[in-house]
Design a binder for this molecule. Structure first.
Ligand SMILES: *[C@@H]1O[C@H](CO)[C@@H](O)[C@H](O)[C@H]1NC(C)=O
Length: 397
């Protein structure tokens, strides 16, 4: 698994301020404010742009090159916050590249480089003591670059694929993002810090590159970011941390025209600096445009309403059901009932959660046949799938 590479050291440290959140029933999606650019719009224009999206927070970061000074610097910032009674509200942390991991595949074997172990123990002790998160930059994009096979691309883009089996946990991973985040979880666990929260401080995919770069494209960037957002909004979590989305900051708000390296490095932006979209990732408040349309849009007569439920066809793979679940929950329906504590959480299976979400998506849309298509994996049924306290709304309600 490749990590985002930085020229000087294996570790990329920044101090980030992460506002503590209370109540975690919703996913959290922030964005990085890329700053290696000389053509950024004025702050008020950026503020207005952000208001038109469902982006919740913007992160800016500052390089800290001297690793030995990092922990004392963090302690100083924390002391300053404590002095003004903000110590509980604003969390100080550091951001690490995936390069801090020595092993990450399969995810259960995730571990840190032994040479960093003393340093990380100090930092994790700080995280654990102050309740601040461990921030990491997973980039499935770089994993695909180092292994450019079609099945790796599908795994990295949250698209239907054969999955990767972790024989230690018997978990089949369906996407690279979950695999990378769980590898970090395993590494924290092996150091005795499994309760330190993980935050994804950066992740993204470039929409263009040089002619010899295979991974960047509008299609891939839109699929990665759009499907990631849908996955986070579904609140399924990762296999090792179910039922909770990792707070995630997309990289980046704007292109960074001054970034050195291949053209892709200057093309991670969701927006152009003239405030227009590079591509529609589904974050705009006005257009809930699907990131990757999976249903045809041609008009056809509506079915007779009443007593109809949208259910998965039999024999549909878990990966497709997961994609349907992510899609449905990422598009404005209330997936609370299938989260822990909800009346439809049990049975806690992808099939059951997808069935609930797919039906709700159908009922909340115009109840056209194509709202119950899901790439031809769903069908309408007059049999009520409700059970116990788990009520599936029907076309007649
Ligand atoms: C983490 O913090 C908790 C609560 O303060 C403490 O009991 C525990 O020992 C800490 N864990 C480590 C590995 O330092």
């Amino acid at each position: 698994m490749a990590a985002r590479t930085y020229p000087i050291s294996l570790l990329f440290f920044v101090v980030l301020l992460h506002a503590a959140r209370f109540g975690e029933s919703e996913s959290f999606i922030g964005v990085n404010y890329g700053q290696v650019a000389d053509n950024l719009p004025p702050p008020p224009a950026t503020a207005k742009l952000l208001q038109s999206t469902s982006i919740q927070k913007v992160m800016t970061s500052n390089d800290q090159n001297l690793m030995s000074q990092l922990l004392p610097a963090m302690q100083n910032v924390q002391n300053a916050l404590n002095a003004v009674s903000l110590g509980d509200k604003i969390k100080v942390s550091t951001v690490h590249s995936m390069g801090v991991l020595k092993t990450s595949e399969p995810p259960s074997t995730g571990s840190f480089h032994p040479s960093l172990s003393d340093l990380l123990k100090g930092l994790l002790g700080f995280n654990n003591g102050t309740g601040s998160p461990f921030a990491i930059n997973p980039y499935p994009y770089f994993a695909y670059r180092s292994d450019p096979r079609p099945e790796t691309l599908a795994f990295c883009l949250f698209q239907p694929n054969a999955g990767r089996f972790d024989s230690n946990t018997k978990i089949k991973y369906m996407n690279m993002f979950d695999a990378q985040v769980d590898a970090v979880h395993s590494a924290l666990n092996s150091m005795g810090f499994k309760n330190v929260e993980i935050v994804v401080a950066e992740t993204g995919w470039p929409y263009k590159g040089d002619s010899n770069e295979v991974a960047p494209s509008v299609e891939n960037a839109k699929a990665y970011n759009g499907n990631l957002i849908a996955h986070l909004r579904s609140m399924v979590g990762t296999p090792l941390m179910p039922g909770k989305s990792v707070d995630t900051y997309l990289f980046a708000l704007y292109d960074e025209d001054l970034k050195p390296g291949p053209a892709s490095e200057r093309a991670f932006g969701l927006f152009k600096t003239d405030l227009s979209m590079n591509y529609d990732v589904g974050l705009s408040k006005s257009s809930q445009t699907p990131a990757t349309p999976k249903t045809p849009v041609s008009p056809s007569p509506k079915p007779k309403k009443g007593g109809l439920w949208c259910v998965p066809k039999s024999g549909v793979s878990d990966s497709q059901l997961q994609a349907n679940l992510d899609y449905a929950c990422g598009h404005g329906i209330d997936c609370g009932p299938i989260q822990p504590g909800g009346p439809c959480f049990e049975p806690n299976t992808v099939a059951s959660h997808a069935a609930y979400a797919m039906n709700l998506f159908y009922q909340n849309s115009d109840r056209n046949p194509w709202n119950c298509d899901f790439s031809q994996t769903a069908t309408l049924s007059s049999d009520n799938p409700s059970y116990k306290n788990c009520i599936y709304p029907s076309g007649s309600s």
